[in-house]
Design a protein around this ligand. Structure first.
Ligand SMILES: OC[C@H]1O[C@H](O[C@H]2O[C@H](CO)[C@@H](O)[C@H](O)[C@H]2O)[C@H](O)[C@@H](O)[C@@H]1O
Length: 560
């Protein structure tokens, strides 16, 4: 997960040049804000610009310095400057409109989807892989100092719209969809690209840009490899790291758990103007640096942003992410430990297999001792004191569990969906109790599972629902002996499919997130405009349609 010696092997000269281009682009970003104003301003666009083929960074910097001397550059002057010195954002990725493993209707595609409307839409969603598959242009590897995009050896699938590069945790659900679409080679390419990032940087980056080298995202690489292996029998290799916190429970046992922790204490380049604006109310440099560190650590969580990480949900400067032990992160790492044990056994390395099997058992105990709350029948994030550096052993305190309801409190159910034959993470009786807790939590809404119960305007809060959260909880409920749990899983999936379908029919697009209060509404909130495309939404729809089918007589539109 998070970096230890970020970019240590990436080469010092290369790293310096990457940082010089980024610094120039951040100055362009600030100048563009001055020229264009904050309305509809997307700071990420500017740090994604490659240098134009006939431009040098020195000439672009000199011309920018002249613009900066103007009292207020006009939109025309700014546009002229950008088109003179830079190529279009995203032009350093080559569209792969015809991936070699794409077939308009692959043999054996969604055999249980009988409804004509559902099947036609599923084929549209499947065809979106053509619009989202890219290859990094060879120009990037030839002159990396001219791009913030990082070179990658294979094809990628991007989420879409402003997200022009491959993302770490998005790729898990993209791959799940690609496996339904029988695009095994593209799925393997994505995973191998992420392995390449591990080899080069020591961990999988948040996304494949030079400004993402300071942090990772939820660690799902082994899950990708596991699912590819299950679908194809092919194995890839990988490696990952964790950031440790030690907690002593009431029986004197010390547990190791993990937290998010980015290696960064500056504004995020892709959102620098926004971060600086929030930090402007903090007076000391130290306080600003701590804030920037929390912002980057929150981006590492994938839940950027949410009241889940804030002491005061109205104040971004109260982000406290690196002092929180998150339920979902520890679920992902436990799954990774089980995956490694599985693969090591498969290749006959029993020493590694046993080591990771022991680690997964220890984390299982830690999750049950530190994060499980038997009154609420949910797993809860654990908040550490913010005045310490997390080096020592903390004494567990019941009040440090965050009793606020989030969809992540139910993500450990997902562990039940994998590794048939192993001891189940949650036994049947407990699963039914957790299911009841979910049913009365308020998270179940007409169009799916809400991210939280608080409407804060942040995108990882109410009323937004996100594809990965629906998918993990549905898969967890589904692999149960309880008919009621399986029925609830299908009910949630049905609501989610219907809302995605209705929004697609209304807008012609698949969306990054949805408003779960009503069927057919896309989501909003957060620091950027709602995006379409969209990698993980497409992947989850294909996965649900494969799992549950769609009978002829079942209505796919919103039922009134
Ligand atoms: O530019 C702002 C932030 O955008 C990304 O986060 C969001 O989109 C990602 C891609 O779909 C997704 O993985 C993440 O969960 C979303 O919150 C980016 O990952 C952040 O690092 C970035 O600061």
């Amino acid at each position: 997960m998070a970096p230890t010696a970020a970019a240590a092997d990436a080469g010092d000269g290369e790293e310096e040049q990457a940082q010089a281009l980024l610094a120039l682009l951040q100055r362009v970003q600030s100048e563009a804000l001055r020229a264009l104003g904050p309305h509809d301003f997307d700071p990420k666009l500017y740090v994604d610009l490659p240098l134009a083929t006939d431009a040098t960074a020195a000439a672009a910097a000199a011309a920018l310095a002249s613009l900066m001397r103007l009292p207020a550059p006009s939109r025309g002057e700014m546009d002229a400057y950008i088109s003179r010195y830079f190529a279009q954002a995203g032009s350093d990725l080559v569209a792969v409109a015809d991936p070699p493993d794409f077939e308009p209707e692959p043999r054996g595609f969604l055999p249980r989807v009988e409804s004509g409307a559902a099947r036609a839409w599923a084929l549209d969603v499947h065809a979106l892989w053509r619009a989202l598959t890219r290859r990094v242009s060879p120009a990037v590897a030839a002159r990396p100092e001219r791009h913030t995009l990082l070179p990658l050896p294979g094809r990628v699938v991007v989420p879409g719209s402003r997200f022009r590069e491959v993302y770490y945790w998005d790729s898990y659900w993209v791959i799940r969809g690609l496996l339904v679409s029988k695009m095994y080679e593209t799925a393997k390419d994505i995973a191998l690209n992420l392995v390449y990032l591990v080899e080069k940087y020591g961990f999988v980056l948040n996304g494949a840009r030079s400004y993402y080298t300071n942090r990772s995202q939820p660690p799902l690489l082994s899950s990708m490899i596991f699912d590819i292996y299950m679908a194809t029998g092919d194995m890839l290799s990988f490696h990952a790291e964790v950031h440790n916190v030690r907690i002593m429970d009431n029986h004197g046992r010390v547990h190791n758990l993990s937290r998010y922790q980015a290696m960064w204490n500056k504004p995020r380049p892709e959102s620098a103007t926004i971060d600086e604006e929030f930090a402007s109310k903090l007076t000391s440099t130290g306080a600003k640096e701590k804030f920037y560190h929390q912002v980057a650590s929150t981006a590492e969580s994938g839940w950027d942003f949410s009241s889940r990480w804030m002491r005061d949900s109205t104040d971004m400067t109260t982000l406290t992410t690196s002092y929180i032990i998150p339920v979902d992160l520890n679920t992902f790492i436990l799954k990774m430990e089980r995956d490694i044990a599985f693969f090591a056994k498969l290749i006959g390395d029993m020493t590694i297999s046993e080591r990771f099997s022991e680690a997964s058992k220890a984390r299982h105990n830690a999750i049950e001792s530190v994060l499980w709350n038997s009154d609420m029948e949910q797993w809860l994030d654990y908040w550490l004191p913010t005045d310490e550096n997390c080096q020592g052993v903390y004494q567990w305190k019941p009040n440090s569990q965050n009793r606020v309801i989030f969809a992540s409190n139910f993500v450990p159910l997902w562990l039940n969906a994998h590794h048939a034959g192993l001891e189940r993470f949650v036994d049947e009786a407990k699963l039914v109790r957790v299911m009841r807790s979910l049913q009365k939590s308020g998270l179940l809404q007409p169009a799916g599972i809400a991210t939280s119960l608080s409407n804060t305007g942040q995108q990882w809060d109410f009323p937004n629902g996100w594809a990965p959260l629906q998918h993990m909880i549905v898969e967890g409920l589904l692999r149960s002996d309880s008919a009621e749990a399986r029925k609830l899983a299908e009910d949630i999936a049905t609501r989610w499919v219907r809302t995605n379908y209705a929004a697609y029919k209304a807008t012609g697009a698949m969306h990054e997130k949805y408003d779960v209060e009503a069927c057919g509404k896309s989501g909003g909130g957060g620091e950027y405009k709602p995006q379409t495309g969209f990698g993980w939404s497409n992947g989850v729809i294909l996965s649900f349609l494969e799992e549950f089918g769609w009978p002829q007589e079942k209505e796919i539109g919103c039922s009134s």
